[in-house]
Design a protein. Structure first.
Length: 536
C-alpha cells in the first residue's frame, strides 16, 4: 500500500488552539521546546486512528476539540475527523459521513505505525513481543497460526459442551425425564391456539341449552303474534294510502316491519335448531376445560403461555438428548482435540522461532548502523499453557556486546540503548510494512554520533514511506525533508514550517540553546550539510 498523511488540522487540542500542517513524503520532523506541545501532534494522529481519547485533551475554556486529517492511500483521498466533546460522547467521521469509531479504526488499520517512548515498556510484555514476532511470520508460519486458532476454537467449543453437561450424566438424564414428561403432557392434550376461548363458548351454550331453547321458543311465539298485528297494520295503512297517496311512505314502513318480523322468526328457529343439548358431549368439554386449567396451573397463565412452554421444553429435550449422546464420546473428542492443539502449538512455536531469528538478524543489522559494534538480540520462545494466541511465552534478551551473555532487556539496557533497540525492532518488524510511521521521541538518551546515525537511519527509512518524527535532537532534525516547529507563548502553542534560514535558526537553538548565536548558526549549517551529504 502507498500512503501519505497529506494534511492535518487541529482545533482546541490541549495548548494548541489552531494548527494546520501539510506533511510531505519523506522524513517529516517536529521540534520545539520541552512542554511546547509537540506530542499533541502524535495524539492528534492517534485520535484519527480510532484510539480512545484521553482525558484533558480539550483546551481549557473550550467545549469541543477537533482533529481532521486527509490521507492519500493508493491514489484515493480518505478524510477522517474526530470531534471530542467536554460533555457527551465523541464523534467520528469518515469522508464526511458520521460513522462508529470502529469503522474509522478498520479503515485506517495498518496504515500508520506509531512508535512511542512507551514502547520501551512493551519490550517487557510477552504479548507485545509475540505480536512483533508474528508480524514477521512467513507463509507457512501464517498457516500454522491459523491452524492453531482453529484447533483452539475446537477445544474451547468442546470444553463449553463439557461445562454444559456439568460432568454428571445422571443429572442430565433426570432432567431429561422431567422435560420429556412435560413435553408429553402438553402435546398429548392436543390443544392449539385459541382453543381456550372456543371451549368456553361451546361449553357455555351447552350448559344453558334448555333455557336457551325455551327462550327462543318464546321469541317465535311472540313473533307470530306480532306478525298477525303487523299484517293488519299493513292492510289498514294501504286503505289510508288509497285515500291519500302522500301516505305511501307509511305503507312502505309497515311492509318493512312485517318483513323484519318474518326474518326474526326464521333466525330464532335456526338458532334453536343449533342448540345442542348433549350431556355426554358437555361432560367431555368440561373435562377438556379442567385439563386446560391443570396445564395453566403448571405451565402458564393462559393457553398461549402453556403452548410456548411446550415449545421451549421440546427444544430443551432435543438439547438434552444431544448432550447425553455426546457425553458418551465427549471425553474422547476433547482428548483428541487437545492433542491436536499441542501439535499445532509446537508447529507454530517452530515457525515463531524461525521468524524471531529473521527479526534478530535484521534488528542487529540496524543496531550496528546505530552505533553498536557487536550487539546481540535473542528472543526466548518457550512453551506455556495454550491460550487464544498460542502456547508460547516470548521474552527478549539483549546485550550491546556479544562477548557478554545476553540478559533480560529491562535489566541490561540503558535508556539510550532502549531507544535504539525499539527503533531497530520496529524497523525489523511491523513498522517495515506500514506506509506511514510515526516516531515519538524514541531518540531519548542519545546524542553525538549515535544521534546522527539514528537520523540517517530514519532518513533511509523515509525513502520508501512517509516518516513523522517528534524529536529533541538536532542531529535527527538535520535530516528532515520537512521541518515543523511547535512554539508556545503563555498557554497557547502554534505550529509553523521552517525552511532554509529559519530551519538553521531552529537547529542552532537545539544545538546551543541560542537561536541568535553566530557560532551556533555555523554549527547548525555544518550539521545540515553533513546530513544532506550523507543522504546523497
Amino acid at each position: 500500500m502507498i500512503g501519505l498523511l497529506d494534511e492535518l488540522a487541529i482545533t482546541n487540542l490541549g495548548v494548541i488552539d489552531q494548527a494546520r500542517i501539510e506533511p510531505a513524503a519523506g522524513l517529516v520532523v517536529v521540534t520545539g521546546e520541552t512542554g511546547a506541545g509537540k506530542t499533541l501532534l502524535l495524539g492528534a494522529i492517534e485520535l484519527m486512528l480510532g484510539l480512545p481519547a484521553r482525558g484533558g485533551l480539550i483546551t481549557a475554556g473550550s467545549d469541543e476539540a477537533m482533529v481532521e486529517g486527509r490521507f492519500i492511500l493508493d491514489g484515493e483521498e480518505v478524510t477522517v475527523t474526530r470531534r471530542l466533546a467536554r460533555e457527551g460522547r465523541s464523534r467520528a467521521y469518515l469522508n464526511g459521513s458520521m460513522v462508529p469509531l470502529k469503522v474509522v479504526a478498520e479503515r485506517v488499520a495498518g496504515i500508520v505505525e506509531v512508535v512511542a517512548q512507551g514502547d520501551h515498556f512493551a519490550l517487557r510484555s510477552s504479548a507485545e513481543l509475540r505480536r512483533l514476532v508474528d508480524a514477521a511470520l512467513d507463509g507457512d508460519g501464517l498457516r500454522f497460526l491459523e491452524e492453531y486458532r482453529v484447533a483452539w476454537s475446537r477445544v474451547v467449543e468442546l470444553r463449553k459442551d463439557l461445562t454444559r453437561i456439568g460432568g454428571d450424566v445422571r443429572a442430565l438424564e433426570r432432567e431429561r425425564s422431567l422435560v420429556a414428561f412435560q413435553v408429553e403432557e402438553i402435546s398429548s392434550a392436543g390443544f392449539i391456539a385459541d382453543d381456550d376461548e372456543r371451549l368456553l363458548r361451546e361449553a357455555g351454550r351447552m350448559r344453558h341449552a334448555g333455557e336457551l331453547l325455551e327462550l327462543l321458543s318464546g321469541v317465535r311465539s311472540l313473533v307470530e303474534d306480532a306478525e298477525e298485528s303487523a299484517g293488519r297494520a299493513y292492510s289498514t295503512v294501504g286503505r289510508a294510502v288509497e285515500l291519500d297517496p302522500d301516505l305511501s311512505p307509511l305503507h312502505e314502513l309497515a311492509q318493512g316491519v312485517a318483513a323484519g318480523l318474518a326474518e326474526l322468526g326464521t333466525e330464532a328457529r335456526v338458532a334453536a335448531e343449533g342448540v345442542l343439548h348433549d350431556p355426554e358431549l358437555l361432560e367431555e368439554k368440561e373435562q377438556r376445560l379442567a385439563l386446560l386449567s391443570d396445564l395453566r396451573r403448571k405451565y402458564g397463565a393462559d393457553l398461549e403461555e402453556v403452548l410456548d412452554f411446550g415449545r421451549q421444553a421440546s427444544l430443551r429435550l432435543a438439547e438434552l438428548d444431544d448432550l447425553i449422546t455426546r457425553s458418551e464420546v465427549l471425553d474422547t473428542e476433547l482428548a483428541l482435540a487437545e492433542g491436536s492443539l499441542v501439535a499445532a502449538a509446537a508447529e507454530l512455536r517452530q515457525a515463531r522461532q524461525r521468524a524471531a531469528a529473521r527479526v534478530e538478524e535484521e534488528a542487529e543489522g540496524h543496531l550496528r548502523d546505530l552505533g553498536f559494534t557487536t550487539p546481540s538480540i535473542r528472543f526466548s520462545i518457550g512453551a506455556t499453557d495454550p491460550g487464544p494466541t498460542g502456547g508460547d511465552r516470548v521474552d527478549l534478551l539483549f546485550t550491546s556486546d556479544e562477548r557478554v551473555q545476553p540478559g533480560p532487556v529491562a535489566k541490561v539496557a540503558s535508556g539510550g540503548e532502549l531507544s535504539r533497540l525499539v527503533l531497530a525492532l520496529r524497523l525489523a518488524g511491523s513498522a517495515g510494512e506500514a506506509p506511514i510511521v510515526v516516531f515519538d521521541e524514541v531518540d531519548a538518551g542519545l546524542g553525538g554520533r549515535t544521534a546522527l546515525a539514528m537520523g540517517r537511519k530514519l532518513a533511509d527509512l523515509a525513502r520508501h514511506r512517509q516518516v513523522l518524527c517528534v524529536t529533541h535532537l538536532p542531529q535527527v532534525a538535520a535530516f528532515a525533508d520537512v521541518h515543523f516547529v511547535v512554539e508556545r507563548v503563555g498557554a497557547s502553542a502554534s505550529v509553523r514550517r521552517v525552511e532554509d534560514a529559519d530551519q538553521i535558526e531552529e537547529l542552532s537553538r537545539m544545538l546551543a540553546g541560542l537561536s541568535e548565536s553566530e557560532r551556533g548558526r555555523e554549527h547548525a549549517e555544518e550539521l545540515r550539510q553533513t546530513a544532506l551529504a550523507s543522504r546523497s
